[in-house]
Design a protein around this ligand. Structure first.
Ligand code: SAM
Length: 286
């Protein structure tokens, strides 16, 4: 049997699944430890397949889910196997406070809600309560081979929940960070910014840019994904910006689904012109 490759086991708003290999193709050829402080659904991590990594996310429930799968995926699967997919059960499970559950049951509830809620998105209200309505989908909660592959890929990964600066603590010259914050939308509103109780605001984007400048001065390599907007371009003025095409399925307006975003880097990217990647737009500035 061929060994399955790890891939995201939850749907995640802003997930880079469609362009993960394009992005990874532009990562530095060699580097020390991989840092990913905005891990989300993990599509980039699973495409990059680093040996060692430190990953984080502000969403504690999501991060705990990764750790539970790494530590004992069959136990998470065992809980999922007995969760019924009906509206009544969904509402009952949605009402359970994650903090009252053991880590494996909490992880199973997270996956269950992601698979059965409307449009498969994670969204919480100001009280940090998951508030997405029932989706009535008839789908499997998980594939055992896939969860096993995920657990294997996470074997040497340290998880730190919380703000990105916490995940970056201890990063050293020659290490690499891939930073994918909630997308900045013109006007200051993100098309989706409800991954956590708080929001990622303009000053958080500015804070991220100044952290990147500090890392650059220390010889740490980084790549940041964000929208191609004057605000983002201004924040990262002086760095190479590579336009990348992406499709954002979560945008309700289909005209706004095909977008160009930026990959901003502080190292030289080698794009092989003979093997041009369809995701990279003409006129990339390097
Ligand atoms: C665009 S998503 C990342 C998507 C990911 N690259 C993928 O492919 O699935 C942004 C993530 O940042 C997290 N986040 C929001 N504010 C944060 C903060 N201050 N520090 C760290 N993570 C944060 C959100 O929970 C969300 O998972």
């Amino acid at each position: 049997m061929t060994k399955r490759r790890a891939r995201p086991f939850v749907k995640w708003a802003g997930g880079k699944q469609a362009i993960a290999s394009v992005l990874v193709g532009m990562f530095p050829g060699r580097y020390g430890c991989h840092y990913e402080p905005f891990l989300g659904g993990g599509s980039v991590l699973f495409a990059a397949r680093p040996e060692v990594a430190v990953c984080g996310d502000q969403n504690e429930w999501l991060l705990g889910c990764y750790a539970a799968i790494r530590d004992d995926w069959p136990r998470v699967a065992g809980v999922l196997d007995v969760l019924p997919n009906t509206r009544e059960d969904y509402l009952r499970i949605r009402a359970v406070r994650p903090g009252t559950l053991d880590p494996f049951t909490r992880a199973a509830h997270f996956i269950y809600l992601n698979k059965t809620c409307f449009r498969g998105l994670f969204r919480v209200n100001r009280e940090n309560q998951f508030n997405v309505p029932y989706g009535a989908y008839d789908r499997r909660y998980y594939d055992p081979n896939e969860l096993a592959a995920v657990a294997e890929a996470l074997r040497n990964i340290e998880f730190r929940s919380g703000d990105f600066e916490r995940s970056l603590a201890g990063i050293r010259p020659g290490d690499f960070a891939y930073l994918d914050p909630p997308y900045y939308k013109l006007g200051g509103y993100s098309d989706f910014n409800r991954y956590t109780q708080g929001r990622f605001r303009e000053d958080d984007h500015a804070r991220l840019a100044s952290v990147c400048r500090e890392l650059d001065a220390r010889g740490v390599l980084w790549a940041v994904s964000n929208s191609d907007t004057p605000f983002v371009r201004r924040l990262f003025d002086g760095y190479a910006m590579i336009p990348v095409s992406n499709r954002r399925e979560i945008n309700l307006d289909p005209r706004e689904r095909d977008i160009t975003e930026l990959l901003i880097v502080n190292y030289e990217v080698k794009i092989n012109q003979d093997d041009r990647c369809p995701g990279i737009r003409e006129g990339a500035e390097r």
